[in-house]
Unconditional design. Structure first.
Length: 201
């Protein structure tokens, strides 16, 4: 009996040794949501989701080293709902606070668009929201980006916003890309709005 038990244990040990090692590594997140999808170390090379529609040869990817989001013939319709202190807002691309003090970059290839509507329980709507007082948002490349932000809830006790592109810091736009931004109706609306200047290089 003892020999039989030892034999079973030996077989189990051999089976466990032959099984592939289980990775204990966890995903890394980058404080970035695209079309409602959180960008992680697992999906950064090919960001997909129901709110990310790809044109011919289209692809959305992210380089965490340079903090560059590349949009190549990508149409974004999905939103991420984020806290605003009094409720939640909607954004097609949402950059959360990042303590690294590095500029966020969007590289445009081909024709891209962000066309979003306000989430069911949200107050304000943004095409792109950069929620960080750091080095601002830089948009470059030789492609185009059309941004349409949906209507926000007006007449509420809180001021609602509709912004095509919004940054808490500066916005820098490269000379070779084309950006068309529009906003919906709201208590406050603007195509592009920032707190530290808009520069076209």
């Amino acid at each position: 009996m003892k020999k039989r038990i030892l034999g079973v244990l030996l077989c189990l040990c051999i089976m466990c040794a032959l099984m592939p090692a289980i990775s204990l590594a966890t995903e890394t997140t980058y404080n970035l949501f695209v079309g409602g999808v959180e960008v992680t170390s697992e999906n950064k090379d090919n960001i997909t989701g129901p709110g990310i529609l790809l044109g011919e040869g289209g692809k959305a990817s992210y380089d965490p080293t340079s903090k560059t989001l590349t949009l190549n013939n990508v149409n974004i319709t999905g939103i991420h709902s984020f806290a605003n202190g009094i409720g939640t807002d909607s954004a097609g691309i949402y950059y959360a606070y990042d303590s690294s003090d590095a500029s966020r970059k969007i590289n445009l290839i081909g024709a891209n668009s962000i066309c979003v509507e306000l989430g069911t329980s949200d107050l304000s709507c943004y095409g792109i929201f950069d929620d960080d007082y750091s080095q601002g948002l830089t948009i470059t490349g030789n492609g185009s980006l059309t941004v349409q932000s949906g209507d926000a809830i007006s007449g509420n006790r809180y001021t609602s916003w509709s912004m095509g592109i919004f940054s808490l810091d500066k916005i820098i736009v490269g000379a070779d890309c084309t950006i068309t931004a529009t906003s919906g109706t709201a208590d406050m609306s603007a195509a592009i709005y920032n707190y530290n200047g808009l520069t076209a290089t």
